[in-house]
Design a protein. Structure first.
Length: 320
């Protein structure tokens, strides 16, 4: 880690959406771990950026206490105009997370999940799934504790409450010596939440997402020996898989030509998650896999090599 004086200044531009903010935080955390990066958040919803400002790189008025950035990174379509308007901030590198709505040549780098079908290049890192804040575990707990994460209707899978509940009940019946924690999400329909709440029992703890805190999932994963998730949320699937806890997918029919469904299948084919039909393997694994999915760390190393070091070299060249 570099000294605080030499640590890069990174602006994180968010649209406030939890999934996008989570990706920025995951990458920012790893940049801090490797370089001591000083992180500053900008909420794009605080700035009205007309198209002409974005095209002309004309930044809006910013807080006076913001230090000059070495790197500006943004996630979410709602951040794109502000990111483009900030391209003349000092000699900062610009980075977009996820496939942007503008030509990739307009920024210095992009981090894009494989399911968006963009080819990797010198300025594009293709990731398996999406970046998140979870850190892989070194070992599994010895306790028979399992976590079930429930999503909801999405454009990518046919949502079926009866099917999901039947699979949960099947798992509980097959593994009677396990304790289960079940959590819903913001997209879980109210009727499904009520049906989940009815499952509460001495060895089944049902937790509403509204009752959780920012670090709840990280703590819960670290205490789990197995995790099951509905496949409708790529973020949720990737968080579970990144933890290195054996991860299974509850079975829902995928929509034809869904990019997200194909991305989830890529993770299954690579062995990072397992389908419902392989539930026995998920529940009987004794150790974490030696092959980790930690895209936030891989992305941070790529950013350091391709963007931050490149900026440092160009700055030294100008001084010379």
């Amino acid at each position: 880690m570099e000294s605080e004086k030499d640590a890069p200044v990174v602006w994180l531009v968010t649209d406030g959406k939890p999934g996008h903010r989570n990706q920025l935080r995951g990458l920012g955390n790893r940049l801090y771990a490797h370089t001591g990066a000083r992180l500053y958040w900008l909420d794009a919803t605080d700035y009205q950026v007309p198209l002409w400002r974005a095209l002309l790189r004309a930044a809006p008025n910013l807080p006076d206490d913001l230090p000059p950035p070495d790197l500006i990174m943004a996630a979410g379509t709602g951040t794109h105009r502000l990111l483009l308007a900030l391209r003349r901030q000092g000699n900062a590198m610009t980075l977009v997370i996820m496939k942007p709505s503008f030509p990739l040549s307009w920024v210095n780098g992009a981090i894009i999940p494989a399911h968006d079908k963009v080819k990797a290049s010198a300025n594009v890192l293709v990731t398996e799934g999406v970046i998140n804040t979870i850190t892989p575990l070194a070992r599994l707990t010895d306790n028979h504790e399992a976590l079930i994460l429930i999503g909801g209707p999405s454009p990518h899978y046919d949502w079926d409450e009866d099917t999901v509940l039947a699979q949960i009940n099947d798992l509980v019946a097959r593994y009677p010596d396990w304790r289960w924690t079940i959590s819903d999400s913001r997209r879980t329909p109210q009727a499904m939440r009520e049906r989940l709440a009815d499952l509460s029992a001495p060895r089944i703890n049902v937790v509403s997402c509204e009752a959780t805190h920012e670090n709840w999932l990280r703590h819960q994963l670290s205490a789990s020996r197995a995790v099951w998730t509905t496949p409708d949320s790529m973020s949720m699937v990737c968080e579970a898989a990144t933890s290195s806890v054996p991860t299974g997918l509850l079975d829902l029919p995928a929509r034809p030509d869904s990019r997200v469904a194909k991305g989830v299948n890529r993770l299954a084919e690579a062995g990072f998650v397992a389908h419902w039909s392989d539930h026995r393997n998920v529940m009987t694994k004794q150790a974490v896999s030696p092959r980790q999915l930690w895209e936030a760390d891989r992305a941070a190393r790529w950013v350091i090599e391709r963007l931050l070091k490149s900026k440092r070299r160009s700055t030294k060249g100008k001084k010379a």
